[in-house]
Design a protein around this ligand. Structure first.
Ligand code: SAM
Length: 248
């Protein structure tokens, strides 16, 4: 996969969490291009490696099984694709899309040709309608410039009775847990980012979480997009939330 950015130095804006529309699209893509080589390492430290369990739980919740054709949106370095491949047991198909080539290159190193990886925008999917049995997205919807469009694309490419799962950051429900979590999230994460030389990107994480939809609002957006049987499940004291839904 060729890096079309050549020798140009990436330019993440100072406050990418304040951007919108096309500006957000470019800012987010540049930010992930910068952190791609260290993304997995930092992710594991930040989540105490628990993110693998949450992904596994998501795959189980939507019952990915051998023979299914599964699309992972905003697949990044491909950490959602591992439990998906495991559940497919060498039968079926896994496709990952992301608009950031350096992130996809990390995924490519992990999976070779066991997964089809494509550069694509989650808001403009290059697939026909009713192409997939399942669509997943991990920590992706918070970053897209048009969440409604991304949800409408996800449901468009799902077959009838197709299942959808999104995992993302959330704000804890309890007052005490919420206050402690928020305080540590806003101090520890950016410091960790500074250690690996990417303070802006890791400041983006708590700041974009603060601006992201609540559990209920995301559920309502999923309903508006046409999803039914929506479920919500919290992990990690409510800092992480899984939403699932079905295309009627
Ligand atoms: C926080 S990472 C998550 C990566 C992976 N899903 C995971 O669970 O580790 C967010 C990813 O979303 C991608 N992304 C953000 N907006 C996107 C868009 N509109 N279309 C495609 N990918 C997008 C970024 O490039 C990045 O790789």
């Amino acid at each position: 996969m060729e890096d079309k950015r050549g020798d140009m130095k990436p330019k993440t804006p100072e406050k990418p969490w304040l951007t919108q529309g096309d500006e957000k699209l470019i800012a987010v893509r540049e930010m992930f291009a910068e952190i791609a080589p260290s993304y997995d390492r930092v992710n594991s430290v930040m989540s105490l490696s628990l993110h693998h369990r949450w992904r596994q739980a998501a795959v189980k919740a939507i019952g990915i099984k051998p023979g299914d054709k599964v699309l992972d949106l905003c697949c990044g370095t491909g950490d959602f694709l591992s439990p998906i491949l495991k559940s497919l047991e060498n039968s079926g198909e896994a496709v990952g899309i992301d608009f950031c080539e350096p992130m996809l290159r990390q995924a490519e190193q992990k999976f070779g040709d066991r997964v089809q990886l494509m550069v694509a925008d989650a808001c403009k999917l290059p697939f026909a309608e009713e192409s997939f049995d399942c669509v997943t997205v991990g920590w992706g919807l918070r970053n897209v410039p048009d969440l409604r469009q991304a949800l409408s694309e996800a449901i468009r490419v799902l077959k009838p009775s197709g299942r959808f799962a999104t995992l993302d950051m959330a704000r804890p429900r309890g007052k005490v847990v919420g206050a402690v979590a928020e305080k540590s999230f806003h101090t520890i994460v950016p410091r960790l980012g500074k250690l690996v030389g990417h303070s802006t990107a890791y400041e983006y994480l708590p700041k974009s979480t603060e601006r992201f939809l609540s559990r209920q609002a995301l559920k309502e957006e999923m309903e508006a997009a046409g999803f039914a049987a929506i479920t919500i499940r919290d992990f990690f004291f409510g800092n992480i939330c899984l939403h699932t839904g079905v295309k009627p």
